[in-house]
Design a protein around this ligand. Structure first.
Ligand code: PAF
Length: 281
């Protein structure tokens, strides 16, 4: 048995309306495909929260800068459908670009708050406008009771929560803990870009954040703990974009543990691959 596939908004809405008419709860798991265990944990969580699970698979062009990997982004549609089927999903929504962005499409969501925290936004200036626009569209198209996002992209999750609240979107936004390889590396579709040697070093990013977390909990000054994490990564040839201690909801910088709850977030490049990760303190 395989899942249903909807290629246009009308078909997606027909499925969802039928389910709603039958009194069923609907969850949406937005993805860009290239599924890994992290995505499947979103599906597992979605199944606990709803009766039917829709997964969108759409590599969203508006969240990639011209110098980024839109063209090269891994596209594994057949395998994704198989994995989603095995995970017990119900419907894949996989539109063509023109279905989401018709030629006369001009609207973009303008963001503030966590979207301008000086983290990902500093290095990918138009990224969150593209993410927020497509997620708002997906939530309006599918009208799910709940939509699930991984905590791995923590700033993205904070931006989507804020956007859904500000725009009175009715869907609940649920964050799901990061799934990690045994050595601690956060699973990501982009990990396939790592060479074998880089893959062996990549878990050091999570290790540095974990040591930073423990040092802060043990009473060390946040600035000192963050500087040590940066030093440890630089020595191992990571090119750091940021290591930051932020308020877990607003993503404003925090200087002392009393300003928490704290989230530590980091982004660094290993060769051609950019890794991001975060931990709760
Ligand atoms: O996290 C992702 O895969 C994407 O940013 C999302 C939320 C599916 C929007 O394109």
């Amino acid at each position: 048995m395989t899942v249903e596939i909807a290629r246009d908004v009308a078909s997606l809405r027909a499925f969802v309306m039928d389910w709603r008419a039958a009194g069923l709860r609907v969850a949406l798991v937005p993805t860009m495909g290239a599924l890994h265990e992290g995505h499947l944990s979103l599906v597992a969580d979605a199944k606990r929260r709803a009766d039917r699970v829709v997964m969108s698979i759409f590599v969203n062009p508006t969240q990639f800068a011209p110098n980024e990997d839109f063209g090269a982004y891994p596209r594994t549609f057949e395998k994704d459908v198989e994995a989603f089927t095995a995970a017990g999903g119900d419907l894949v929504f996989s539109p063509e670009i023109g279905e989401v962005y018709p030629p006369d499409f001009v609207t973009k969501i303008s963001l503030g708050g966590p979207a301008i925290a000086g983290l990902e936004d500093k290095f990918r200036p138009d990224h969150f406008a593209g993410v927020a626009t497509v997620v708002a569209k997906l939530l309006i198209m599918a009208k799910p009771d709940v939509a699930l996002f991984g905590e791995k992209d923590y700033q993205q999750l904070a931006v989507i929560r804020q956007m859904a609240r500000d725009l009175n979107l009715e869907s609940e936004i649920a964050g799901v803990p990061t799934v990690r390889a045994k050595d601690g590396l956060a699973l990501s579709s982009r990990n396939v870009y790592l060479t074998l040697e880089e893959r062996a070093r990549a878990p050091l990013l999570h290790g540095a954040l974990e040591r930073c977390r423990k040092a802060i909990l043990a009473g060390e000054e946040i600035a000192t703990a963050v500087a040590r994490a940066e030093g440890a990564l630089t020595v191992m040839d990571f090119v750091i974009d940021y290591v930051a201690a932020c308020h877990a909801v607003t993503l404003a910088p925090v200087a002392s543990a009393a300003d928490g709850p704290i989230r530590l977030l980091a982004a660094a490049r290993l060769g051609a691959t950019r890794l991001i990760d975060n931990v709760a303190v």
